[in-house]
Structures are given as C-alpha cells and as structure tokens.
Design a binder for this molecule. Structure first.
Ligand code: ITT
Length: 201
C-alpha cells in the first residue's frame, strides 16, 4: 500500500506533554503546517492500552484525528534500560506517578539497578500520523547511551538528566536545547516521517 502524504493545513499535536510539544513544534516548524495542540482543542487523553510504542502512538493519533476531524501526530516514547529487561519502556510516564514527578521516576530506575552493573539504555520514540478516516502511518527512532547517577542538568524533560547519549559526555539535561534537538530519538523518528510532510518552505 502506498504511503499517504500530509497536505498543507492544520495538524493536531496529539500530546499533553509540554516537553514533547516544544521538540515536535521545532521539528515541524519548517513544514509550514498550522499546528494546534490537543489541549487547545480540549481533547481527552486516551488510555494507553497498547503493548508497543507504535501501538500506543497509533491509538493516540487515531483518537485525536477522529475527535477533531483533522490529521493528528502523536508521540509515544520512553527510556529502556537493558539491565531491567527494557523497563520502564512503554511505562516510562507511569513510573513518575500521578504527580508526574520525574525525580521519583529516576530514583525508581536507580533503585531497581545494580549500581556496579552495566548501565546501557536507550530512548525510543514512535511517531504516528493519523487521518480522520482511520489511515495511519508510523515510524520509530532510537538513540543508545548510558545512565548517569546522580541526575545532572535542568534542561529538557522527563529522564533527560540521567541519560548520556553515545558520543557525548554530558546528559540530555546538561546539553543545550539546540544540541538535544539536533539528534535524539524523536529527531531520528522525525527524519523517517519527513518524506510524508509538505515540502519545507
Ligand atoms: P502524551 O501521551 O500525552 O504524549 P506522556 O508524557 O504520557 O504524554 P508517553 O506515554 O509517551 O507520554 O510517556 C513517555 C515518557 O518517557 C515521558 O513522560 C517522558 O518522561 C519520557 N521521555 C520520552 N521522551 C523523552 C525525552 O526526549 N527525554 C526524556 N524523557 C523522555
């Protein structure tokens, strides 16, 4: 089946995570789309019942597209720690608890780990673009690295202060916004999605 192109016009950003909104808006900027957030449209957050990043991204994108009557882009992402069998993975947001406190989530990761053992980890980002008629296109990006403890830096969001991408010496929380946006799991997924977006202006 041929892949579907997104036409110029309005696009719903189907996320309630402000950190993702910043990064996705930056990536979408050059494509001349009129981006509206799920929050602005008062859309509900669907329950994430999928068992993979792509399944959850598709479920969120389809729910937003159907509710708004507009194409919608959703992101499902998370931190996967090798020594924890890939946890927290698709449950990365839930590890922060109802208050969405990522210091709590990072301490849970630290407490679950043998501090002497290997600390390999990766971030995954699935991006799904859905249309109101139920068509959906999905891609996935990944970035490998190591866990740092204690967390360092106030930039970024979520688990950024405890993740050092391969080839870097500072955490995603310490590097500048521009440096993180230049290459990370979300930017890598976006590169795969870019051919489906309106040409850059
Ligand atoms: P939406 O579902 O509304 O998009 P969410 O925060 O619930 O927001 P997810 O279910 O995809 O999103 O949870 C992914 C979590 O993984 C997210 O809350 C972050 O804490 C973490 N995460 C994802 N990308 C990250 C990044 O680039 N840096 C740090 N943490 C990240």
């Amino acid at each position: 089946m041929s892949r579907r192109q997104l036409q110029p016009g309005r696009l719903v950003l189907a996320t309630h995570n402000p950190g993702k909104v910043v990064e996705l808006a930056e990536l979408l900027g050059p494509h001349g789309l009129e981006v509206v957030s799920a929050g602005e449209l008062g859309l509900d957050e669907p329950e994430e019942t999928g068992s993979t990043f792509i399944a959850n991204a598709e479920l969120k994108a389809l729910a937003a597209a159907k509710a708004s009557g507009l194409p919608a882009l959703a992101d499902d992402s998370g931190l996967c720690v090798d020594a924890l069998g890939g946890a927290p993975g698709i449950y990365s947001a839930r590890w922060a608890g109802p208050d969405k406190d990522f210091m709590v989530a990072m301490m849970r990761v630290r407490d679950a780990l043998d501090l002497e053992g290997p600390r390999n980890a990766h971030f995954i980002c699935a991006l799904s673009l859905a249309w109101p008629d139920g068509h959906v296109e999905s891609v996935e990006g990944r970035v490998d690295g190591m866990l740092a403890w204690p967390p360092r830096g106030d930039n970024g969001f979520g688990y950024d202060p405890m993740f050092i991408m391969d080839g870097k010496s500072r955490t995603f929380g310490e590097i500048s916004r521009d440096e993180k946006e230049a290459d990370n799991h979300r930017a890598r997924a976006f590169l795969l999605l870019r051919p489906l977006l309106p040409a850059r202006g």
